[in-house]
Design a binder for this molecule. Structure first.
Ligand SMILES: Nc1ncnc2c1ncn2[C@@H]1O[C@H](COP(=O)(O)OP(=O)(O)OP(=O)(O)O)[C@@H](O)[C@H]1O
Ligand SMILES: [Mg+2]
Length: 359
C-alpha cells in the first residue's frame, strides 16, 4: 500500500517486511558485503592501537554527516578542535564533534545492554545537545530543500511512534534468519521512516547502523564509514528510501545499502593499509634520523592523533617535560613533525598522517 507524501504515514508496515526481501541478487551481494566487512575487521585488529581509527574515522564520518545538512567545517579544524577541547570553536564544528561523542557514548551503552528506544533518545540528545524525545507535536515533514515539495510525512502521535519503535526494537533484537546486513538495511529504512525526532534522525540512524553491527559481532570498532558513500550517492539514497515507502521496493534499497557496506569497508581497509605503511616508514625514519628518541613509543603516540604536544608525551609516561620538549623539537628538525601555534599553545602535527586521514 502506498502512502501520500503529505499524509502522515501512520499505517506504515510493521517489521518484518511481508514481501520476500532476500532475493538471489540481495543474497549474492550480502556475501560480498560480509566479506568486505570481515576484511575491515581484520585490518582494524592489525593496527597496534585501534584508537587511531576510533579517534579519526568517526570524525570523518561526522564531517561527512554534517555535510548532508551543509554544515561546512574544514577537516583540519575538526581534528584540531577534537584534540584541544577548545571552547571557542565555532558551533558547526561543535555540532560535528558531538556526532563522535554520541557514537562513543552509544558504544559504551552497548557494553551494558542491547539497543533500546531509550538508548536512541540518549544518542539523539547528545547529537542535538539538548534533551530529545519522541515527537509529540505534528508537522514534521521531509521536503526537497530546493523546491519545498513535501517528499514524506512520517507517522504522527507519540503513542503511534512509540509502538512503531517497540516493533523496530523487537525485530532488531530477536533472532531471525535474515542476514544481519540485510536486516540492517531494513532497520535503517524503518527507523528513518518512523522519524521519531524533530531533528537528528539521519545522524542517529547512521550511528545506529554501526551500533547494530557491533551488537551483532560483525564490527569490532565503530569505523564503518558509510556516510561518505551516502553523500556521494545522496540522490539515490533519497530516491530509494522513497521507493520502499511508495512501491515497497525493498530490493533496490537493500542492494544500495549492501553496496555501501562493501564500498565503505574496502575504502577503510585501504586507508588502514596506507596508515600502517606510513607508520612503518616513520618508525624507520625516527630510528635513523633521531636515534635519541624512543622510536616505538613516540611513533605509536604520533599515530594516535595527528596532533601532539608535550603533555601527551608526559601523560603517556614516555618522558618528563624537559625531555619531551627536546623529542618534539628533534622530530621537527628531522621533518617528521611540524609545529603550529594555536593561541598560546604549540602543537606538533604529523602532517602526512593528517593527510591520510582527511583525504
Ligand atoms: N522519503 C524519506 N523517507 C524517510 N526518511 C527519509 C526520507 N528522505 C530522507 N529521509 C531521512 O531523513 C534524514 C534527515 O532527517 P533529519 O533532518 O531529522 O536528520 P539529521 O540528522 O538532522 O540530518 P542529516 O541526515 O541530513 O544529517 C535523512 O538523513 C534520511 O535518512
Ligand atoms: Mg536535520
Amino acid at each position: 500500500m502506498s502512502n501520500h507524501p503529505e499524509k502522515p504515514y501512520n499505517d506504515i508496515h510493521l517489521l518484518p517486511p511481508k514481501t520476500e526481501i532476500e532475493t538471489k541478487a540481495v543474497l549474492k551481494l550480502a556475501i560480498e558485503a560480509n566479506k568486505a566487512l570481515a576484511e575491515l575487521n581484520f585490518a582494524t585488529k592489525m593496527l597496534p592501537d585501534p584508537t587511531v581509527l576510533i579517534n579519526t574515522i568517526p570524525l570523518q564520518e561526522a564531517k561527512a554527516s554534517s555535510e548532508i545538512e551543509n554544515i561546512v567545517t574544514t577537516s583540519d579544524e575538526l581534528f584540531r578542535a577534537s584534540f584541544t577541547d577548545n571552547a571557542d570553536v565555532d558551533s558547526a564544528t561543535k555540532e560535528t564533534l558531538r556526532y563522535r561523542q554520541a557514537l562513543k557514548a552509544g558504544c559504551e551503552m552497548l557494553t551494558a545492554k542491547p539497543i533500546t528506544t531509550n538508548m536512541i533518545c540518549e544518542i539523539c540528545s547528545i547529537i542535538k545537545n539538548t534533551e530529545m524525545n519522541v515527537r509529540k507535536v505534528s508537522g514534521t515533514q521531509i521536503k526537497n530543500v530546493a523546491t519545498d515539495e513535501v517528499l514524506y510525512t512520517p507517522p504522527e502521535g507519540e503513542k503511534v511512534i512509540r509502538d512503531l519503535l517497540s516493533n523496530w526494537e523487537r525485530f532488531l533484537n530477536e533472532n531471525t534468519d535474515f542476514d544481519p546486513l540485510v536486516k540492517m538495511a531494513v532497520l535503517h529504512y524503518q527507523f528513518e521512516a518512523i522519524h521519531p525526532f524533530l531533528d537528528g534522525n539521519g545522524r542517529t540512524g547512521r550511528i545506529l547502523n554501526m551500533l547494530y553491527l557491533i551488537q551483532e559481532g560483525l564490527l569490532a570498532y565503530p569505523v564503518l564509514y558509510l556516510s561518505g558513500y551516502i553523500i556521494r550517492n545522496k540522490a539515490d539514497y533519497y530516491r530509494l528510501i522513497r521507493g520502499v515507502t511508495a512501491d515497497e521496493n525493498w530490493q533496490d534499497w537493500i542492494i544500495y545499502i549492501l553496496q555501501g557496506i562493501r564500498e565503505a569497508s574496502l575504502e577503510t581497509v585501504q586507508r588502514i593499509e596506507s596508515i600502517s605503511a606510513l607508520m612503518k616508514q616513520t618508525y624507520e625514519d625516527i630510528k635513523r634520523l633521531v636515534p635519541n628518541v624512543p622510536a616505538k613509543e613516540m611513533n605509536d603516540l604520533i599515530f594516535t592523533q595527528p596532533y601532539c604536544r608535550v603533555k601527551n608525551i608526559v601523560d603517556a609516561g614516555i618522558a618528563k617535560r624537559q625531555t619531551a620538549m627536546i623529542y618534539l623539537k628533534n622530530l621537527e628538525d628531522a621533518g617528521i613533525l611540524e609545529s603550529v601555534k594555536t593561541g598560546r599553545e604549540v602543537l606538533f602535527v604529523n602532517k602526512k598522517f593528517l593527510n591520510f586521514l582527511i583525504n
